[in-house]
Design a protein around this ligand. Structure first.
Ligand code: C2E
Ligand code: MG
Ligand code: MG
Length: 681
């Protein structure tokens, strides 16, 4: 995870959606607040315009009474005087500080339980009339004295016959009495003047039109923003789908798998669960495509995707990795590791069998590598912790390694990853990474294992065996790196290196006048698939100039199964140059007597395995006959891996020419060998 593609995708996702959504939400909030505030203010404004002249009148009444009191009248006289002269048709109500009535003209009285104060520049105190309805709980209701729907019902009744629009608009639809308060200068008495508030139809129609315009004006940007946000979401979803789309199967792609698998594994509630990362491989897919066509191959991958999609459970995911490889993240039930592995194996077996059934008329095989992920438990075993830093690609690589590890058997195979396997893979990696440098630094050393004559126990030859003396790992024996060199093709470079070093050594011995014995060198089968091998070997040797007869080339038995014509040609050529050629490890694996018939060889090396384990006499018969056969074919015989005296005696009795084994000596460094030659040759 964390590829450039992934990062770009994440950035794009984050960028596109959130600003639009945030902006939209903020704008909607602002609009709602603005409309609410606006309506409140408008309500107050209407109220204010309707009330303000009544309030002025009430204040004027207060001032007249104050003036009369100042002129020497009592409150009662002043009120009477004022009422008679300027407020004949008005009802007034005067109270003292304690609310006791001191003067009252009219039929109705204020209802002091329903007082309403409001401020629009000036502070008004309005009191409901005992028969009216002012001072409802909400302002709108208070103004109109009825629920809004009733107001609208009243407003929007059609005009009467003969009524023009002006008359229709001018009709009063709400009329209510209320009292306005003014305080006298003595601050002891309050004067309440009864007023009547009226709303005409036009008041409400204008408010509605005004409100509607404001609403529409605000609605347009809201709609535009909403469209923009929806478009962003749709685009982003399309983009996600595109990013997560596998072009072959039409299902999820690897990026999607990486993202979701890691999310599933690191989810808190999933930590108690065990999972399996599976590498599902369609065997010989290329061959399938070659036979049935690319389209059919891709069609099958698509069908596999559909099938897996139907089999996958909640909290599981899969996707095509590349080629005909699928990655799966499956949940595994079971109390123990063993049980989980068993269950997973069972499920995988049925999955693979069903997958093979996708094309019953064609034989298709699958192979799965599995890496198990145990529940994540803290050391104290108390807490379940979050799996952190899961690297799904690494886990998939482990599953892949498990699959590659066992590609011997046929049919559907399921292999589980273990750490020994990982160690092996790490070793292979290390070897591949360091072999070039090691060759350059001459870390490969020639060891020599003497060959003895069983007749006189004299040292008559040697086999050159490589040892890798690594500064990091110490002395490494060939079986740990030769197979890796063989699989990478590097073995030919090592063989050339060994041929050159042995040739140099033999030339030095000759020049220095030391005792010299023939040395055999192992040549890998990889060499024999190349044209002109004999010439190359000859050139390598001639660079130092030892006698060709001192060099024998050991060809492993496996090489005899390769292109026989090239092999026969090469062997003949090598012999014509004067080199000896031997068949190494005869009797190991699948020996072919046939190869002895066609290839003219000098030496037959009997494999050490002939001499291992209990021998009930049959082994001896075979060895005896093998030696007789070799001699009849005019070949010398070397017995390898000889560790016991009886074996030496038996071989001597059978006419074996040379013996190589720990009984006489183990492989040793050159200087040690030189001393041994001086003594034993
Ligand atoms: P090989 O060519 O058959 O070499 C004989 C192996 O048997 C050597 O193992 C040797 O140490 C071992 N051996 C000898 N006597 C005894 C004995 O009495 N008992 C037992 N148990 N083993 C004995 P080594 O050196 O580990 O080499 C293993 C194989 O690696 C060789 O088998 C050869 O196939 C390959 N090899 C070694 N050096 C080279 C090389 O320079 N080039 C190539 N291509 N292959 C090499
Ligand atoms: Mg050998
Ligand atoms: Mg051998």
């Amino acid at each position: 995870m964390g590829s450039v593609k992934e990062k770009t995708f994440k950035k794009l996702r984050r960028k596109k959606i959130w600003p639009s959504i945030l902006f939209f939400v903020l704008f909607v909030i602002v609009c709602v607040v603005a409309i609410t505030v606006f309506l409140q203010m408008f309500a107050l404004y209407i109220m204010g315009t309707k009330v303000v002249h009544h309030f002025e009148e009430a204040q004027r009444v207060g001032k007249v009474i104050d003036a009369l009191i100042d002129g020497g009248d009592t409150l009662h006289e002043a009120a009477y005087e004022m009422h008679k002269s300027i407020l004949e048709d008005k009802e007034i109500y005067i109270t003292d500080r304690d609310g006791n009535v001191v003067y009252h003209v009219g039929d109705s009285i204020p209802d002091f339980d329903r007082v309403l104060e409001f401020n629009i520049g000036t502070k008004f105190v309005a009191v409901a009339d005992s028969g009216g309805c002012l001072a409802q709980t909400d302002r709108i209701g208070m103004i109109f004295c009825m629920p809004m729907e009733d107001v609208f019902r009243k407003v929007f009744v059609p005009g009467e016959k003969g009524e023009n629009i002006g008359q229709w608009l001018g009709k009063t639809i709400v009329s209510q009495d209320y009292w306005l308060r003014t305080i006298l200068e003595d601050r002891e008495h309050a004067v309440y003047v009864k007023c009547n508030m009226q709303f005409k139809r036009e008041d409400i129609v204008y408010v509605c039109i005004f409100g509607l315009i404001a609403f529409v004006l605000l609605l347009i940007p809201v709609i535009l923003l909403l469209i923009n946000t929806i478009v962003s979401i749709v685009t982003q979803r399309k983009m996600t789908r595109l990013f997560y789309l596998d072009p072959v199967t039409g299902g999820r792609n690897w990026l999607c798998f990486q993202n979701y698998a890691e999310r599933i594994l690191t989810k808190l509630m999933n930590n108690k669960k065990a999972f399996a990362v599976v590498n599902l491989h369609f065997e010989r897919y290329q061959n399938y495509c070659a036979c049935y066509g690319m389209k059919a191959g891709e069609g099958l991958l698509e069908a596999m995707d559909g099938f897996l999609n139907a089999r996958i459970r909640k909290n599981e995911i899969f996707a095509r990795h590349e080629g005909a490889d699928f990655g799966l993240l499956l949940m595994c039930e079971g109390a123990s590791e063993e049980e989980r592995q068993k269950n997973c194996c069972k499920r995988m077996h049925s999955l693979l069998a069903e997958l093979a059934g996708l094309k019953p008329e064609q034989k298709i095989h699958f192979h799965a590598g599995v890496h198990m992920i145990a529940p994540y438990i803290s050391e104290e075993n108390k807490w379940y912790q979050v799996r952190k830093g899961v690297n799904i690609d690494q886990l998939f690589a482990y599953a892949n390694a498990a699959r590659l590890q066992s590609n011997c058997a046929q049919g559907h195979r399921i292999s589980f990853f273990d750490h020994e396997m990982l160690g092996k893979q790490m070793w292979e990696r290390w070897v591949e990474d360091t072999m070039e440098t090691a060759l350059r630094n001459e870390e490969f050393k020639v060891y020599l294992q003497p060959k003895y004559s069983p007749v006189n126990n004299k040292l008559v030859g040697a086999e050159a065996l490589v040892r890798w003396v690594s500064p990091e790992e110490g002395v490494i024996v060939p079986r740990r790196f030769i197979p890796i060199f063989e699989s990478t093709g590097f073995i030919t470079r090592l063989d050339d290196y060994m041929i050159s070093h042995v040739a140099k050594l033999l030339a030095e011995w000759t020049i220095q006048g030391k005792k010299t014995v023939p040395v055999s060198i192992n040549v890998s089968r990889a060499h024999f698939s190349q044209e002109g091998v004999a010439e190359r070997i000859c050139q390598l040797v001639d660079a130092y100039g030892p006698q060709h007869e001192l060099i024998e080339l050991e060809v492993t038995e496996g090489a005899f199964f390769d292109d026989k014509d090239i092999l026969v040609e090469t062997v003949k050529q090598l012999r014509s140059y004067g080199f000896g050629v031997s068949m190494d490890d005869f009797g190991a694996g699948y020996s072919s007597l046939n190869s002895l018939k066609d290839i003219p060889l000098d030496v037959l090396k009997l494999d050490g395995d002939f001499f291992r384990g209990d021998d009930d006499g049959r082994g001896q018969i075979i060895i005896k006959e093998a030696i007789r056969l070799a001699r009849s074919l005019d070949m010398r015989v070397v017995a390898e891996g000889i560790e016991k005296k009886e074996q030496v005696e038996f071989l001597a009795g059978q006419g074996c020419d040379m013996i190589q084994g720990f009984y006489f000596s183990e492989p040793m460094p050159v200087t040690e060998f030189e001393e041994k030659v001086e003594k034993d040759a």
